[in-house]
Design a protein around this ligand. Structure first.
Ligand code: SAM
Length: 269
C-alpha cells in the first residue's frame, strides 16, 4: 500500500491495526510500517503465526465451500478482514453465483478496500459494524435487506472473539447471533488458544496486541468454545486446530492439544 496517501481521516496508520497485521501475516501488501513492526514483534513471540494465519484462511475456504455445497445460500462474515486471495463470495460463487454474502468489519480500511473489490457486485456487500454491539450489527439496514434470517444463514466469527476480553460480552455476542438463526443455520468460530506457552511468552504476546486497534488478545480453549456452542450440533471432528478440521491432506490431522493453536468449531443450529 502506498504509505499514508489519500487515507480517510478515520484511519490512523500509526496505530497497528489487527486487520493489517493479519494481512502482513498472510503475505499481503495492504499494511503500513506500524503494522509490520507489531506483526514482526508477534512473530518473534509466536514464530508459527504465519502458518497459523494461512491455515485459518484455508479452513475458512473449506467450510464455505462445504456449506455452499450443502445448500447454504447466505453468509455473514463478521470481522471479514482486508480482502485476500480467496474471499467468501469468491468461494461460494463457484458453487452458486446467487449466494448472498455480507462482510462486516469495524475497521474503516476494510470498508474502503471491500467496497473497491465489491463495486457493482450484485450479491455481495460490505458494511461497517461492530461485533461488540451484536444487536445493532444484526439490525444494520444493509444486513437486514441482504439476508433473510428466516432461512439458513452461515455466520462466520473467524479469528474474531479473541479480540473481546470480557467473557460476558463474548457470551452475549454468540447468544444474540444464535437467537436470530433459523434451523439449518451454521455458526463458524475460530479462536486463538495459547496452549502451554510460558507466562513470559504469554505476556509478550499480550504486550504486542495492547498497542493495536483492538487493545487485547485473549486465549480461550476448547471447553469455552464448547460452552458457547452448547445446544448446537458440532460438526465432526469437533473443536480442533484449524489445520485438523477436515484437512485436505491426511498428514494435517495430527495435533497436540496442549500446543498454541487457532481452534476451529462449526456448529449447526
Ligand atoms: N475473519 C478473517 C479471517 O479469519 O481470515 C479476518 C480476521 S482478522 C484477524 C480480524 C478482523 O476482525 C479484522 O479485520 C478486524 O478489523 C476485525 N475486528 C476486530 N474487532 C472487531 C469488532 N469489534 N467488530 C468488527 N470487526 C472487528
Amino acid at each position: 500500500m502506498a504509505e499514508h496517501t489519500n487515507l480517510p481521516a478515520s484511519i490512523d496508520p500509526t496505530i497497528p491495526s489487527v486487520a493489517r497485521m493479519y494481512d502482513y501475516y498472510l503475505g499481503g501488501k495492504d499494511n503500513f510500517a506500524a503494522d509490520r513492526r507489531a506483526a514482526e514483534q508477534f512473530i518473534t513471540v509466536l514464530p508459527g503465526i504465519r502458518e497459523m494465519a494461512r491455515a485459518n484462511r484455508a479452513f475458512l475456504a473449506r467450510v464455505v465451500d462445504l456449506l455452499a455445497r450443502e445448500g447454504i445460500r447466505q453468509f455473514l462474515d463478521i470481522g471479514s478482514g482486508l480482502p485476500t486471495q480467496e474471499n467468501v463470495h469468491q468461494i461460494a460463487h463457484r458453487v452458486d453465483p446467487e449466494v448472498r454474502v455480507v462482510y462486516a468489519d469495524n475497521d474503516p480500511i476494510v470498508l474502503v478496500h471491500g467496497r473497491a473489490l465489491l463495486a457493482d457486485h450484485r450479491h455481495s456487500t460490505v458494511v461497517q459494524a461492530d461485533m461488540r454491539e451484536p444487536e445493532a450489527l444484526l439490525a444494520h439496514p444493509e444486513i437486514v435487506s441482504a439476508l433473510d434470517f428466516d432461512r439458513p444463514v452461515a455466520v462466520l466469527l473467524v479469528s474474531m472473539l479473541h479480540f473481546v476480553p470480557e467473557e460476558a460480552l463474548v457470551t452475549r455476542i454468540v447468544a444474540t447471533i444464535r437467537e436470530r438463526l433459523a434451523p439449518g443455520s451454521h455458526l463458524i468460530i475460530t479462536h486463538a488458544f495459547a496452549g502451554d506457552v510460558s507466562a513470559e511468552v504469554h505476556e509478550a504476546g499480550q504486550q504486542v496486541y495492547r498497542s493495536t486497534t483492538t487493545g487485547s488478545l485473549t486465549s480461550r480453549g476448547a471447553d469455552r468454545l464448547a460452552e458457547l456452542l452448547a445446544g448446537m450440533t458440532l460438526l465432526e471432528p469437533g473443536i480442533v486446530p484449524v489445520q485438523a478440521w477436515r484437512p485436505d491432506y491426511e498428514g494435517d490431522a495430527a495435533f497436540d492439544p496442549a500446543k498454541p493453536a487457532i481452534l476451529a468449531a462449526v456448529a449447526r443450529h
